[in-house]
Write a protein of this length. Structure first.
Length: 475
């Protein structure tokens, strides 16, 4: 199989953000422009209708109430009526007012209109022949919105109002084009600002990427400075927390390998040496196999202890639950009495419940009791007890052995550390027992304390939070 090759570099997040920003802004500005154009067109349409209606009302009112300036009476002649009304009207630039007599004669205002409608016979025929009082018709000058009113009498005439709306539409289109140009400039400016802002927002993300690319198994010390309290800052903080977990995991792995290599090298050498020198004598072979079996058992115990210490870094190392301390202490005391021929004393017993992992607590106290047996003579006294208050749960083991020398009081809790002892008893074990007890206490959020004076015995106390507060706490 061939190794997977990285694909082509994709579009950067910064560019994608900018493209989406441009698309959204363009759609928004386009929608606004279309909406504005629709509103302006509707206003133009409405204004044209109102203009036609107003001109029609003014003519009707003048036809009913107006007086002929020459006679001082109402108008009997439709031509005179149209002529007088047109002389008094001030038409809009796009508006044309005409009077059409029955014989086809056209009366118009003395002004330059937007279009010589009277010369457009086809348009005039369509307007005069139309059945309705208003409508629209095409012309070379654009669409005409018109209205007409016919006068009564033996010689009827028609008052025509024509409005050329195309220029208003052109003004609307020009306004929309100007708005489009301004929007395009705004879009370019927004794109530039978006490029700068997105770059600043994504700068921590790029820092995360560069940091991740520079991190190796041998260099997990780099961290990303968290200087903001937003989603990007949370990302950097989460990334730093992940690096902390990886650092601890790799440290645990390296320590496990180093410890295993350090402690297993000697028994492996012993086993190999005895097997290489083993002869054919049955007694010698039996003694060699006994020694080899003993070293293999010791190697197995070392590996199990190392695996337990490696597991102590996991969140599920302790499983907390509320347990009666009285019952737990009684069970521990019954188990440790079988560890050796000692004078076992139940030194105290707490009453109430504590939130702890009963199996891990039992393992820790039994380990402390095993250490006490190793450092006392047959018949020596070993005291086991517990106590409980509102905040703490304490379990202890005290022995009548030689105690711990002052220079060893801190070191004995390290891995593979042995106390100096009294010199009367050989060192036993791999020196991992107290390290395991310390890990169990830390898993509960507690500590291990050493008491007693050198030469007068030692007291090891497991001090745990009663409510189980600590890194091993379950939700």
């Amino acid at each position: 199989m061939t190794a997977d090759r990285p694909g082509r570099p994709g579009v950067s997040a910064r560019l994608r953000i900018l493209l989406w920003l441009i698309v959204v802004m363009a759609v928004a500005m386009g929608s606004v422009a279309l909406a504005v154009r629709a509103i302006l067109i509707a206003e133009v349409e409405n204004d044209s209708v109102q203009l036609l209606e107003q001109e029609a009302r003014e003519f009707e009112q003048f036809a009913r109430e107006g007086l002929d300036p020459e006679t001082g009476r109402g108008f009997d002649d439709p031509g005179r009526l149209l002529y007088t009304h047109l002389r008094r009207q001030h038409a809009d630039d796009d508006e044309l007012l005409l009077g059409v007599m029955a014989d086809g004669r056209i009366i118009r205002q003395d002004r330059e209109g937007p279009y010589d409608l009277q010369d457009d016979a086809a348009a005039m025929r369509r307007i005069l022949a139309a059945r309705g009082p208003s409508g629209r018709t095409p012309s070379p000058a654009g669409e005409i919105r018109w209205a007409k009113i016919e006068t009564a009498g033996p010689r009827p005439a028609t008052f025509v109002i024509a409005y050329f709306i195309e220029r208003d539409f052109a003004e609307v289109d020009q306004m929309v084009r100007v708005m489009g140009g301004v929007s395009a400039l705004a879009l370019l400016g927004g794109a530039g600002i978006g490029w700068i802002v997105s770059g600043r927002i994504l700068a921590p993300v790029r820092l995360v990427r560069r940091t991740a690319a520079e991190i190796t198994e041998q260099d997990l010390a780099r961290r990303i400075p968290v200087q903001r309290r937003d989603d990007v800052g949370e990302l950097a903080a989460t990334f730093n927390a992940m690096l902390d977990r990886l650092d601890r995991a790799f440290a645990t792995q390296r320590r496990f390998v180093d410890d295993a290599g350090h402690e297993l090298r000697t028994p492996i050498t012993i086993v190999r040496g005895h097997l290489e020198l083993m002869g054919d004598d049955p007694a010698e072979r039996e003694e060699t196999m006994r020694l080899v079996s003993d070293e293999l058992d010791r190697m197995s115990r070392i590996v199990e202890d190392l695996l337990l210490l490696a597991k102590a870094e996991r969140p599920d190392f302790v499983q907390l639950q509320w347990v009666p301390v009285t019952e737990l202490t009684s069970d521990i005391y019954a188990k440790v009495r079988a560890l050796g021929d000692r004078e076992w004393v139940l030194d105290g017993i707490g009453e109430g419940e504590a939130r702890v992992d009963p199996q891990r607590v039992t393992q820790a106290v039994v380990q402390l009791a095993q250490n006490a047996v190793q450092h006392t003579e047959p018949g020596g006294t070993v005291r086991v007890g517990s106590a409980l208050d509102d905040e703490r749960a304490r379990f202890w083991v005290a022995d009548s052995g030689p105690g711990v020398r002052p220079e060893d009081r801190e070191r004995i809790f390290d891995r593979f550390a042995h106390g100096g002892g009294s010199g009367r008893r050989p060192r036993t074990g791999a020196g991992l027992g107290l390290a395991i007890v310390t890990a169990i206490a830390a898993g509960h959020g507690g500590t291990v304390r050493l008491g007693g004076e050198y030469g007068k015995g030692a007291t090891f106390e497991l001090d745990l939070p009663r409510a189980g507060r600590g890194k091993g706490q379950n939700p």
